[in-house]
Write a protein of this length. Sequence first.
Lengths: 212, 212
Amino acid sequence: MVGVATIRRKRTNRRTYHHGDLGPALVREAARTIRTDGVEAVTLRDVGRRLGVSRTALYRHFADKAALLAAVAREGFQGFSRELREAWNADSGGLQGFRAMGAAYIRFARENPAHYRIMFGQFRDLCDSDPALADDASASFQVLLDALAALERDGAIPAGGDRHALGHFIWASMHGAAMLSIDGQLGAGPAAADALTALMVDRVSAAIATRP
Amino acid sequence: MVGVATIRRKRTNRRTYHHGDLGPALVREAARTIRTDGVEAVTLRDVGRRLGVSRTALYRHFADKAALLAAVAREGFQGFSRELREAWNADSGGLQGFRAMGAAYIRFARENPAHYRIMFGQFRDLCDSDPALADDASASFQVLLDALAALERDGAIPAGGDRHALGHFIWASMHGAAMLSIDGQLGAGPAAADALTALMVDRVSAAIATRP
DNA sequence: ACCTGAACACCGTTCAAGT
DNA sequence: ACCTGAACACCGTTCAAGT
């Protein structure tokens, strides 16, 4: 009885403060809008309205709109890291794991194009709002560096080179392919994307197999 | 005497209609703002004010703001094509010319970062405003395809492969490097840019030297 | 501590009106 | 044909006020 009353009280409070944790709800709602309608569709008025809250309520939880987008970008990088790691592990690493990781890279961008654009397109601006964003981005890059270290250890690629630079080359190549793919500049549709993925994975693999 | 009077009349007309050709002047002014302060700083009010014209005068020359930006992007691609072609020709083609072209690619992006972001970042939107933008972009890609054809003819790279696909790989790789470079995500400053340029040119050259 | 409502200084675009 | 000025429907953000 007391328990029920307590829950009731909580529910009432939640309704008063609009489901209690507005911060996470704002991030969730912004991410949803970004996914369905793109970044430019995110307005504080709309996000607030959808949560039954005024357009200025956000300022109790974030410094400004950029800080909200930075939070979305952070979640994006965390999911990105997870998917890259899973792709690498699913094939137990090796060159097959490396290829799977490359495919996962382009797949993530294509399945979350608006997220991907925020993560990379507005990176500097958003880092000013939330420096932790740089850490989440570094963690994604680290997944690649770890894979390269394993490949070197197993003799799949030459060891003793500049692993960090090699990572930059791979990162840049896949990033360019991902961006051009979601912009439809290298052909539209899944078939073109699959062809691009195979092309990039083949060529990048060839490029890291030997010393330049 | 008559000549002077004619010039005077012309000048008067020009002042009345604000130096006669407002269309090109708007593009020039928008490009200037983009170069110095970035795309987000381009407002129709400011561009108009700087040209001594109302903020709605633009609509006599362009359908909307996107069409103005599309015109800037078109000029961007034309300059881009020119610089790529000059880099290739300066070294009389060959693998040296190819390397010079790669360096010119990243140099263009770094010297015109805001232009480069408009050209690629908003490509689809701007093509809706001005379909000719796609032609200017294709012309840039064609410079690369022509270079690859010459390299194949001279036996510098293997012939008989999918030249178009090879071009996509190179384009994507350099585009990613250019984007990450102007976003400062692969280190800031000219030294980092030079290192990145050498890295990309080395690795991409290695990737196209052999069949995957 | 958390949220609201009015106000402020901006946008791009439309449209009737001027020359 | 080319341009203006007022008006419209939006923005993000600030701030005094409410509970």
